[in-house]
Each structure stands twice: as structure tokens, then as C-alpha cells.
Write a protein that binds this ligand. Sequence first.
Ligand code: CP
Length: 313
Amino acid sequence: MPWHRKDLLDLQSLSAEEILTVLDTAREFKAVGQRPIKKVPPLLGKTVVNLFVEPSTRTRISFELAAKRLSADVINFTAEASSLRKGETLKDTARNLEALRVDFIILRHSAAGAAHFLARVLAAHVINAGDGAHEHPTQGLLDLFTIREKLGRIAGLKVTILGDILYSRVARSNIWGLQKLGAQVTLCGPPTLVPRAFESLGCRVVHDLEEGIREADVINLLRIQHERQRRNAFPGLGEYTSLFGLTRQRLTELRPGALIMHPGPINRGVEVDSDVADGEWSVILEQVTNGLAVRMAVLYLLNGARAVAAAPA
Ligand code: CP
């Protein structure tokens, strides 16, 4: 099924069918990644700009590698060494990139809505690589891909997202994606980071760790996002860890076969113990591997959307 979209900005506006198209396409690209020659030609002659105005390891490198595996040319834009530092606006920066005939702009920005704004003013495809505390759609998609691959389905599963929900774009993309595919979502953490207002999105909200993890098929851990918090949400990291850190001892509370996920970066010894993050229940590095396939699928489908739109009637 071709995608009739110019941009990927969020999972809130995607249908279940569109999400499943990405996941199915990513499965094909994961197989490509296991061949001796991992490069394929769909984006030959296209240019992809990684416009990251906030730090990133996984997402930026994964998008770069995804674009290169699809034979695109890739430009990594470094905000610190750019004219953004001289007062140029994001819009002017992006329009200058477009004047160079780039085809894709992948944007990470601290402001919620930044990718939506660029998508409105640019003809190039825009992919949201994380906008403030709003959404991180490719992280949501790679989490869905990993759950489906490991457990065989998403519908009917109980997924607990544990930690700093309030400031998390990963949580929001997961909530939309999981619910569209039929999972039940529980949000767990301290009341200051998991307010009851999230119940209006159809989630269960619990403030007790044991209650939050006991029935879960999947536990998706989130770090405390100090860079977005405007005030202290709890007295100290030690208290947070004692109440909500996932320790090996607490694994005994889990269902056998439950998955431990984390989008990274991990703060070892805070939201998760090292031996849990590196243990047999953890799929954290498989998430990273799957992220490459998912991002190849997103670039591929968005590129196809343009070809479909340009085809004669
Ligand atoms: N998960 C994630 O977005 O990681 P980075 O911030 O390293 O890209």
C-alpha cells in the first residue's frame, strides 16, 4: 500500500493501517540488513539532511545509516556550527536547505510543533525526530516493531510505560501507536510525572510500581528528562530509584517472558539496574537494530508517496 503522506510528524494522526504498512515494510528492510551487501537503490539521487538542534546518538546515526543504505546522499547539520548560532531562524535555515534542493529534512528540536511548522512551509519531506515533549514517531514505530516481532502481536497486550511520562515524547508516540493497534496501556510513576490527566487518553494511571508491572507483557522504561523539567518532580534520584527503579529483585514480580524495553539513553542505577538492562529480559539493543529498519521503511514510503502523487492520472 503506498503512503499518501508528504511527512511523518506524529503517530496521533496515523491510521492503524498506515502504522502496519510501516511495520511490514520494515520487516523487509530488516532482512536486507542481514545480507552481505546491505545497500539498495530506492533513494539514489535523493538528498537527506539530518537537522538536529538537540543532542542525539541513536536517532541521528540510525537515520544517517538508513538513508545511506537506501543510497541517498546525507548531510549532517550541526546546530552548534551553524548560522542558528548567529540568530538565523529555523524557518530561514530550512528554506536555505531547500534552496539547495534537498529532498528530506529530519528535524529534532526542543520545541513541540517544530516539525509540523517546517512541514507547512517546505515542499521537502519532513520527518519528526523528536519535538520537545510532544512526539517521537519513529521511536514509537520501532517500539511497536520490536513488540510485534518478539511477542507475535500487539492487540490485547498489556504494556506499562514506567517513569517520566509528563515530559516524554516517546511516551506519547507509544500511547497513540499501541492504542491504535489494540494494546492496553498503563502509565506508572510518581504523581508529579504521571498525572491523572493521562486517563483522558484512554490509559490506566497507577502510582505504585508493583501494581504497574505485575500484569504487564511489556515494560517500557523511560529516563528522567531533566532537560525538560521546569521544577523538581521528586525529592531526589535516590528516592525515585527506591520507589520506581527496575531492579533484579523486582523482576520476580513480572510475568514470565515479559519484555524490558528502553528507548535510551539509559541512566544506569536510576530507572534501571545494569544487570536488568543487560539481562535476558531486555530487548534494548534489539530496539536499536530495529530502529534502522523502521527508519529505512519510513524514508522509502515517504519517497514513494511523492512518486505516486506525481504520476499521471
Ligand atoms: N531514543 C532516542 O531518541 O535516543 P537519542 O536521543 O540518542 O536519539
